[in-house]
Design a protein around this ligand. Sequence first.
Ligand code: GLN
Length: 446
Amino acid sequence: AILDRIEQVDNQVQAFVTVTREQALAQAEEIDRRRQQGEELGPLAGIPFALKDNMCTRGIRTTCSSKILHNFIPPYNATVWDKLQAAGAVLVGKTNLDEFAMGSSTENSGFFPTHNPYDLERVPGGSSGGSAAAVAAGEALFSLGSDTGGSIRQPAAFCGLVGLKPTYGLVSRYGLIAFASSLDQIGPFARTVRDCALITQTIAGHDPKDSTSAGLPVPDYLQALEGGVKGLKVGVPREYYQVEGIQPEIRAAVEKTIKALEDLGAEVGECSLPHTRYALATYYLIAPAEASSNLARYDGVQYGLRVEGEDIVEMYKKTRSQGFGPEVKRRIMLGTYALSSGYYDAYYLKALKVRTLIKQDFDQAFARFDVLLSPTTPTVAFKFGEKAADPISMYLSDIFTMSSNLAGIPAISIPVGLTDGLPVGVQFMGKAFDEATLFRVSYAVE
Ligand code: GLN
């Protein structure tokens, strides 16, 4: 049924770069066979899902929606895909993204933009826009995305879904094609908080193949759902409301959530994250710096596109000039500049120091509060082209989401209704490795 649905709607939504029809049917038949033999099956047995196309799938093309990887077939699997496969989930395809996960609308995809199923004239958000649109359009029951500065939560908000960026280190990044390694995390898109908790349970946990993966035991997230919010302390960061350009309906959604939490017995109070105004600048130094280093490997030699030249230097130049799109080139230039000698101290090192201050803001807030509540995005899904010509205005759509990547803490976006037919989301941020509380509070107000 899901494959039929993809056939019906994906020519309009364009969520998928690759649909793995044959493989999905074979995987489903195999699960069915095991079921008939009375084998005990995993918790996601037979559930069709999609993966953002920056997670490696052995034998299945993995492109990062970039021309430079248009023909790349990985020889190994991302750990998340191994884990989902072991739980019985059936992969139906690989979803579109902003090239190398750089963007907030999927307009930076090297192939085509994805459309928001709520309004095809609007973007689904990004960079994991394909993963969000696929679930919203009924082309998968859940999906995985990656979040470096908001790329799960912002598209979840734009497409009316639950989306979680886990604590840095909770989910293995092995096989996730790196954008900014100190910020990247893989997480789920789901229709409900319960589904989101179940998927997180499946993909979380220590992985010796990822040296940044944490060694902590994974709590029982499903059990944590029912606890309620009586006495829970919810902080509302003052600085987030001083951001210019927040749509009134978004403010109203946060107010409504505050009221709902208070009615359920939570204590809501104001808190301060004074370094918020530096988050965007800090992110746009650190993320491009790491990206410029990570993307150095696309040289036309090891894998992906090669454009021949007279000599090796010309081959590099032609391959990278033709293989990367404009946003990726912009990031490589920004990052290379920030890391170059003479500028390193003034930009990159300074950004690392401010990152510590941002993290300390959160430490202080979490000394008083269990979770923090904010909008996920300043506006609902915007129209194609509205921000594409102005990188800075596009960067601003992640103003509420990127601080939690810089601090490494978990954050979830949940849908809180529609305005003019378009979804609105709110965000809860939590203490490191306290996803359980995020699920509990989200479940209570869902
Ligand atoms: N939109 C932000 C960027 O362009 C975040 C992207 C992401 O989280 N992958 O960098």
